[in-house]
Write a protein that binds this ligand. Structure first.
Ligand code: ZN
Length: 258
């Protein structure tokens, strides 16, 4: 075991994912009821409300960061697909975990730093959507047409989506094990900035899934927070800032872990 690793605490980064356009994160169609819509969205089975799975958000951020870092490479032993990076050393591997079962590589990377919680509709959004759509309704069905190039006959393709304007509360948890770990936050934030000019979920190239990250706030919870009631330390550098400003103004001194 690498003894330079020691748990020091967690940065908790929160805010809302604001849907600038309709959002479609595809759900399971298996066992879907007769008369249900094609292309349903993911739903929380407890509340029946749509949500953004942490895995979707984490996967998208990783994808954006790997492109930014130029880490889109074929694994030497699995050459069929361009999967997540596996080296164990680059920021993508350390933040998101290396796609490797090899012990040496996993040890080099240390524990996966980032945890992404499922993002649920804010209470305000859930109320707003029901005002627009009706009690217990949180989604709309958008029908797109693929036109026959000769006859112009339409081939309609319905898709369920969360309407523009909806907001989901997100939480990212970044664990710190080494003094230099907070430097990696700049990479994470740049992936978040790229997300605003990319898309979440399906049909992004056709306008779905444009999002903004709003109301961003962050705090440091040291080891003492978990052991003897130490207070969390708010990170003032992110207050009232958009993600692009957080990246461009990033200073390691704002993210000191002592
Ligand atoms: Zn890597």
């Amino acid at each position: 075991m690498n003894n330079s690793l020691q748990f020091k605490g967690k940065f908790i980064i929160q805010g809302v994912v604001h849907c600038v356009t309709g959002l479609h994160i595809g759900g399971n169609t298996e066992g879907f009821e007769i008369g249900g819509v094609d292309n349903p969205v993911m739903r929380d089975p407890l509340t029946d409300q749509p949500y953004i799975p942490g895995s979707s958000l984490k996967g998208k951020l990783r994808h954006l960061l790997e492109w930014k870092l130029g880490k889109i490479e074929l694994h030497p032993n699995h050459e069929e697909t361009y999967g997540p990076h596996w080296c164990g050393e680059c920021p993508a591997c350390v933040i998101f975990g290396p796609a490797s079962d090899e012990r040496q590589i996993r040890e080099k990377a240390g524990p996966t730093r980032l945890t992404v919680r499922d993002a649920f509709l804010t209470e305000e959004s859930a109320n707003m959507l029901q005002q627009w759509l009706g009690e217990g309704m949180f989604t709309e069905v958008k029908t797109e047409n693929a036109l026959d190039r000769v006859t112009s006959a339409a081939n309609p393709r319905p898709m369920e989506r969360v309407p523009a304007g909806a907001e989901f509360g997100f939480t990212l948890i970044f664990d710190v094990y080494r003094d230099e770990d907070p430097k990696l936050l700049k990479e994470l934030f740049s992936a978040m900035a790229m997300l605003e000019d990319s898309a979440l979920g399906g049909s992004g190239s056709r306008g779905h899934g444009q999002v903004e990250l709003r109301n961003i706030r962050a705090e440091w919870r040291s080891l003492g927070y978990y052991t003897n009631g130490e207070k969390p330390k708010p990170i003032n550098a992110v207050q009232n800032k958009r993600i692009k400003e957080i990246v461009s103004g990033f200073q390691e001194s704002d993210w000191k872990v002592q």
